[in-house]
Design a protein around this ligand. Structure first.
Ligand code: SAH
Length: 331
């Protein structure tokens, strides 16, 4: 878009961006304020259509889109509708994922390729257009779909800027979150950005041995290094980090695991963090923990002085967890 618009007066770019990001047009023909020759050029160089199949949950609180990219790769985007009226979009940052998490459907697909910033933005455009038809908008975004966002740093940050831009999606940085298995150089880079986005760390185990079994890519990054990078991030930004912990039955959900977790976090992060317990959306060979064990795990952490929240479960009936749908669609 930028390239084509270079040879036109500056206000044409503003008009084109306004049409795409605010009016959310789906075809350049709708941008009738632009001259016909420009519309035609934009139509062939940057088509606005997004090819997707939508699956809505029976409860109506979430919808998942399987988006087909120009090379035929399929990625997933989930929309979560909160009772408060807020809408959160869960974005993919890569096709497949190198994390290889043993419990995660995307992890089992392996890594296919990076997404471009445009392909990340297409996910946002898709659900923004859908919501606009009912008078709604996206109010927050999380990079918790397929892929490891810190391993596609540049494109993810370009997409964050677009989300954040007042003239584009206008979503406050504090309503944008990025979740990572913990790539120390990526965390350090993020500490130097002047962005107020939230950082979430997928820990899932209180020690390297169990963590390495659950998250094979984490074997390259010992917890000591990741937690040191997170501590620097907290000190540099003054922002609170969310530590994610998915409770797997009989794997990482015992009271001793909770105590080890509390000790590890208190010692290495000291302040400005909280634990978010995630109920597992069943895939593969793992089972979710029981509600009783989850309660005990939570209260054990709380007794150790750790702040804990529990993640509400969305979209179980649409295989809402990371990669479940695209994985199934693969030939
Ligand atoms: N690669 C990044 C972001 C994508 S996954 C990361 O790992 O943080 C986002 C979160 O969903 C991670 O915490 C991941 O462990 C979790 N997750 C993956 N599969 C899940 C499932 N089936 N049920 C619940 N959480 C899952």
């Amino acid at each position: 878009m930028k390239e084509i618009l270079q040879s036109y007066p500056a206000y044409r770019r503003r008009q084109a961006e306004e049409a795409v990001f605010q009016r959310l047009i789906e075809d350049w023909d709708e941008a009738t304020n632009l001259p016909l020759d420009l519309r035609q050029k934009l139509k062939s160089a940057c088509p606005l259509g997004v090819k997707a199949e939508v699956l809505a949950s029976a409860r109506g609180d979430s919808a998942k889109a399987a988006i087909e990219l120009s090379d035929g790769a399929v990625i997933e985007t989930v929309l979560m509708r909160h009772q408060s009226g807020r809408n959160t979009i869960c974005l993919s940052s890569q096709v497949g994922c190198p994390g290889a998490c043993a419990f995660c459907a995307t992890g089992q697909m392996g890594f296919v390729r990076q997404l471009t910033a445009e392909e990340i933005v297409a996910q946002i455009l898709f659900f923004s257009r859908l919501l606009k038809k009912e008078g709604g908008r996206i109010s927050s975004a999380v990079f918790m779909g397929m892929g490891e966002p810190l391993l596609n740093y540049r494109e993810v940050m370009l997409a964050v800027d677009c989300l954040n831009d007042r003239n584009k999606f206008n979503i406050g940085a504090r309503h944008i979150s990025l979740s990572t298995i913990g790539i120390p150089v990526g965390i350090e880079r993020l500490s130097r950005e002047k962005k107020q986005i939230n950082l979430a760390f997928s820990l899932h185990a209180p020690d390297d041995a169990l963590r390495g079994r659950l998250i094979p890519l984490a074997r390259q990054h010992p917890l000591r290094e990741i937690l040191a990078a997170l501590k620097n991030y907290i000190d540099a930004t003054g922002r609170r980090v969310m530590v994610e912990y998915v409770l797997l039955d009989g794997v990482n959900d015992s009271p001793p695991a909770a105590r080890d977790l509390a000790r590890l976090l208190r010692q290495s992060l000291e302040r400005l963090f909280f634990v978010n317990l995630i109920s597992f959306n069943p895939t593969l060979r793992y089972r979710p923990t029981t509600p009783q064990k989850m309660k005990i795990f939570q209260s054990t952490l709380e007794r150790e002085g750790i702040a804990v929240t529990c993640r509400y479960r969305f979209g179980e009936d649409i295989d809402g967890a990371c990669g479940q749908l695209a994985g199934r669609k693969k030939p």
